[in-house]
Design a protein. Sequence first.
Length: 346
Amino acid sequence: MESGYRVAVVGATGQVGTLMLELLRERSFPAREIVPIASERSVGRELDGGLIVQGLSEESIQGFDLALFSAGGSTSGEWAPRFADAGAVVIDNSSRWRMQDDVPLVVSEVNPDALAGHRGIIANPNCSTMQMVVALKPLHDEAKIERLVVSTYQAVSGTGKRAVDELLDQSHALLHDREIASPTEYTHQIAFNVLPHAGGFLDGEDHTDEERKLMNETRKILGDPSIRISATCVRVPVLTGHSEAVNVQTREAISPERARELLRGAPGVTVLDEPAAAIYPLAIDAAGKDDVFVGRIRRDPGNERALDLWIVADNLRKGAATNAVQLAELLHERGLITPRPVRSAV
Ligand SMILES: NC(=O)c1ccc[n+]([C@@H]2O[C@H](COP(=O)([O-])OP(=O)(O)OC[C@H]3O[C@@H](n4cnc5c(N)ncnc54)[C@H](OP(=O)(O)O)[C@@H]3O)[C@@H](O)[C@H]2O)c1
């Protein structure tokens, strides 16, 4: 009898999917087979490690124990329930299922117990929400967060591979005194610029959907609908690593020293906070790492119950792929997925 899970990675050729494949291998997830799935464009392509990309069809989705999705909201909307109906537990990176009441929205260090209530689909939060709640959880446990004022500085890899190419192409053109092509991924030039427009403005909305996700998902994960949140999500010409300036007002005052102590003891957090020595989290240092980095911890001079923090993480790793694989590990450790018995040919 072979042991381990049969795992589908949907969106396996993308930035997040590629990392999920790597992490499943690096972290020795107990898989007996991993099947990479992408769009029709990629079917038949051989990936590093020799796996061959499959397409999505009623036949190809049968027999999986687990499916990790990172192929956009419409693919998740159509195919995640089909995988679940066919018996797999789905961990989805898109925003499609996150706010649905019967879908747990889970960060491994923050609300792992929510996994137990899953009904086949589990949602991975938005990247900017993910890193923020990892850092906020110990402060919320200590003194209950009342209000957050957040400004994000989000990397282009958060938009997808094509946005990374757009930044690189524009930068190259401008450095060589050439005209840039019309932007396709963003509404304005992103190279050497800062866009107060991460995500999209839906009809009649004065906040972007990215800003709404940050507000709604934070409340759902921390399990506290009363937290008031003001957010401005900004796209910056950084390849990987989202940074966030967060003002945190709690019910009881927390000193910066106590906040540092709490954060130093928190899972998945590294404190880098010696500003006089120019030591604080930087996107280029966080890229390629799994932790959430926190620094510039200081009291808000205008509010004795508020602290200011600077929070940085790799949006593709902890913001997406790492958390998805950590959730898969938790499902395994807690017996929340069961590998189907498969007999090997004799
Ligand atoms: N980037 C981030 O920081 C981040 C963070 C959190 C969550 N997410 C979410 O993760 C998802 C993927 O992001 P990404 O940055 O990895 O995007 P990406 O690099 O553009 O990759 C997209 C992947 O989806 C596949 N795909 C597209 N249409 C498909 C279809 N109709 N059927 C099957 N597969 C299809 C693509 O396959 P082909 O190669 O064949 O086109 C590719 O594998 C998105 O939902 C995004 O919102 C991203």
